[in-house]
Write a protein that binds this ligand. Structure first.
Ligand SMILES: [Cu+2]
Length: 142
């Protein structure tokens, strides 16, 4: 009986571990990515290391990273195509829709808890879109 109980416990643990690598969905709107954080008024999602970020409704849009934490991979999705990327490195990721970046179609993904290690790099960026996100994030991490 003990063995059976342990077996069931192990299965439940394995199932919960498999479920812990989650998927976070970002939906493209006409000139923005949803969801929008109501306090910061920017597109912002939170994830944990190992989660997959999925962009949907990407007709006329794409996603391209413009700032990633040190050691993380950059990405660039194709125009008009849904896209996904697995993010393993904690920190803040800033991405844009290339055709609509100048209209503010930019977003942030925070991976992990606490202050992102690359927040200083974001604030020091020469890209004004990235810098703008850094100013917004400063409200979360004063
Ligand atoms: Cu777009």
């Amino acid at each position: 009986m003990k063995m059976i109980k342990f077996g069931i416990f192990s299965l439940a643990l394995a199932a919960s571990m498999a479920a812990s690598a989650g998927e976070v969905t970002i939906i493209a709107g006409p000139r923005n990515f949803d969801p929008i954080d109501p306090d910061l008024n920017i597109s912002l999602v939170k994830a944990q290391p190992g989660d997959t970020i999925a962009w949907k409704n990407m007709s006329t849009h794409n996603t391209k990273s413009i700032e990633v934490p040190q050691g993380a991979q950059q990405w660039e999705g194709k125009l008009n195509e849904d896209f996904h990327v697995k993010l393993d490195v904690p920190g803040a990721y800033v991405y844009e829709c290339v055709p609509h970046a100048s209209m503010g179609m930019v977003g942030v993904i925070l991976v992990g808890d606490g202050k992102p290690a690359n927040l200083d790099a974001i604030n020091a960026s020469s890209n004004p879109l990235v810098k703008r996100m850094g100013k917004k994030l400063a409200k979360l991490f004063p």
